[in-house]
Design a protein around this ligand. Structure first.
Ligand code: HEM
Length: 339
């Protein structure tokens, strides 16, 4: 089922965000097994994927489009440094414009259209009432810098990785809904440097193998992986910069409100080689589901219980679950017949 954007809901203050039954049904539940361990969980992102699924197209647009774009605008207003592009990434930003506009217009013609006449382009986004004509490659002809212009019109955070010396460098990005990491802090870092805080995975060789895979991705053959954590309340912006706003949420979970407060947060990450700049475009599309909605699927409820119950202590700590992990496991146990 194609998802139509619904009116703006909030990811802060009164948290009016909710998933329709259709959005729950297509939620990318990330666990193939009852135990979760880090691995090189990368697979080809072959499109079109299953119809109506979050894997159907390169970029997924769903019922939360208007809400997420409004939230992004608010975050950028509060802190413009959530969008950052080093000067040598200009070509990569234009690559991103081309990739996003052509795929959005092809995959969602009811919402987006693109006319190309040589380097004269006209882009229309009917969801946000935007129509602009510009000269491709000339940033002075757009109302905003190219990555910010595009990033404000597509769900999910984006990073553009420069590839040099067999490594990747985080040299551009628009990041307004990170799972507790900071673009401003990580800017300019290499693949193993920005992954520095992640426990266990370095010793397991996960990052060495992942980097080899990523640096060999050719144009037109995107790959994807899923990552996950838990978030208290339907809060998109859990960045270190705003920690004072959300850090204490973790202490607000009680035995009575787990289902409503605790959300599984899943990132669909897609990596796509850019043709002109040889950069990698990394999109991080975040999906949130409350435990109340998650347990409407008995298979998900049972597996979520087992994954959390067997999660290594290092991951409980790294993912920031320590304050409410036991409460969540206890709450989920009623949905696991083996318990
Ligand atoms: C976590 C970025 C690709 C595996 C992270 C973090 C960042 C990040 C910023 C948070 C680190 C922190 O705590 O400060 C990126 C970028 C990628 C990328 C920009 C694009 C090249 C990958 C790939 C893998 C991977 C291909 C495959 C194994 C992980 C894992 C974590 C992580 C396992 C810990 C997540 C958790 O437990 O919540 N990544 N990453 N990353 N990344 Fe990546």
């Amino acid at each position: 089922m194609r998802m139509s954007p619904k009116p703006v809901q909030t990811f802060r203050d009164d948290f009016t965000y909710s998933n329709s039954p259709g959005a729950v049904a297509r939620f990318p539940f990330p666990f193939p097994e009852d135990e979760y361990r880090y691995s090189v969980n990368i697979e080809p992102h072959v499109t079109p994927g299953p119809e109506g699924s979050v894997f159907e197209f390169l970029l997924d647009i769903d019922e939360h489009y208007l809400s997420e774009m409004a939230e992004r605008a608010t975050v950028l207003e509060e802190n413009p440094k959530r969008c950052l592009a080093m000067p040598h990434m200009d070509l990569a930003c234009w690559d991103m414009i081309e990739r996003c506009m052509t795929s959005l217009a092809a995959d969602y013609p009811e919402h987006f259209s693109l006319q190309v006449d040589g380097d004269q382009w006209t882009w229309e986004n009917r969801l946000l009432n935007i129509k602009d004509s510009f000269t491709f490659g000339d940033s002075s002809t757009l109302p905003l810098p190219p990555m910010e212009y595009m990033g404000r019109q597509v769900q999910g955070d984006f990073a553009l990785l420069d590839q040099r010396d067999g490594d990747l460098f985080l040299d551009a990005g628009i990041v307004t809904c990170p799972a507790d990491w900071s673009l401003a802090f990580d800017a300019g870092m290499s693949f193993s440097e920005w992954h520095g805080p992640v426990p266990l995975a370095h010793e397991m060789g996960v990052f060495d193998r992942a980097l080899k895979y990523l640096t060999a991705i050719p144009v037109g053959r995107p790959v994807r992986r899923l990552n996950w954590t838990l978030t208290v309340n339907a809060r998109m912006d859990t960045s270190p910069e705003t920690y004072p706003n959300w850090g204490t949420d973790r202490a607000s979970v009680t035995a009575d409100n787990v289902g409503e407060k605790v959300h599984l947060r899943v990132e669909l990450q897609v990596l796509d080689r850019m043709p002109r700049s040889n950069a990698l475009m990394f999109s991080i599309r975040t999906f949130l589901i409350s435990f109340d909605d998650l347990v409407t699927n008995p298979d998900w409820a049972r597996r979520m219980h087992r994954v959390l119950k067997t999660l290594p202590p290092e991951l409980i700590e790294y993912k920031g679950l320590g304050r409410y992990h036991d409460l969540a496991v206890e709450w989920l146990s009623r949905f696991d017949p083996a318990n």
